[in-house]
Design a protein around this ligand. Structure first.
Ligand SMILES: [Fe+2]
Ligand SMILES: [Fe+2]
Length: 258
């Protein structure tokens, strides 16, 4: 495959993803278009706290993403021999730090609202049905093809940071302002996590067939991500609109720096 064809496929993959990211952003904007009570914010915060700890199938470890990265780091510490190994290990340390910070940021806001500590034993019960399904879709992609599935999962991590992008601009009350501050931090980190996934994808895919397979996996994951956000934010748009977004009837998300 020549470089021109490779860039063409990468651009098409990025366009496809951008439409889905726009859909996630539209759902979040619809939710925050009206002032929300602390209890309404707590509804999605509970799922987000769960997601930052467990990752909803981002990591193969059933104990979740934080525990998964910790276990990987512990297992790999005696295997880091090359420059590339050291670079990858250092990145994993940073990602662990970032994912824990995300968990902390949202957990602190939630604890501020409820006045209750985050009961880790009960954390799994905060997962919503469509997020559980997202974990299954990610796992299904890896079962179809371990390497390509992992690439599709990495590429779609964080949903282009669209939810955090929108969350940065909310305000009007102390809880919303705290959410916006958290989203500003998470937005920057997740943007990089997604870009890293896109870079890995471009480097790894060799044939038309591989691009096609990953594209199918990306569509399946992104459609389920949309369902997850829809449930997470209490179904703030029409069901019909979700179907339209899933068919690509939406302007791609153009993020502007602010
Ligand atoms: Fe995160
Ligand atoms: Fe992440």
């Amino acid at each position: 495959m020549d470089g021109q064809r490779r860039s063409e496929l990468a651009r098409r993959m990025s366009d496809l993803a951008n439409s889905f990211w726009a859909g996630e952003a539209e759902i979040c904007r619809a939710f925050w278009a009206v002032p929300r009570t602390s209890e309404e914010q707590a509804h999605w915060l509970r799922l987000q706290v769960f997601k930052e700890m467990y990752g909803s199938g981002l990591h193969t470890n059933p104990e979740g993403i934080i525990r998964g990265i910790l276990d990987d780091l512990r297992a790999d510490v005696e295997r880091i021999e090359t420059r590339a190994d050291r670079e990858a290990y250092d990145r994993d340390l940073r990602v662990l730090r970032e994912e824990f910070a995300h968990f902390r940021l949202y957990a602190d806001i939630l604890e501020g609202i409820t006045g209750e500590p985050i009961n880790l034993a009960g954390l799994r019960s905060w997962q919503l049905a469509q997020d559980r399904r997202l974990g299954e879709v990610r796992q299904g992609a890896r079962e179809r093809d371990k390497r390509l599935g992992a690439l599709a999962v990495g590429f779609t991590e964080g949903g282009g940071s669209a939810f955090f992008y929108v969350g940065r601009d909310i305000g009007g009350d102390p809880v919303s302002e705290e959410i916006a501050r958290a989203c500003r931090v998470v937005f920057e980190d997740e943007l990089e996590h997604g870009e890293h996934g896109a870079h890995e994808l471009d480097e790894a895919l060799e044939t038309e067939e591989e691009w096609t397979q990953v594209r199918e996996m990306v569509v399946a994951i992104c459609q389920q991500r949309l369902r997850m956000r829809y449930e997470m934010f209490g179904f703030p748009v029409d069901e019909g609109r979700i179907a339209e977004i899933a068919e690509g009837k939406i302007e791609p998300l153009l993020m502007t720096a602010s």
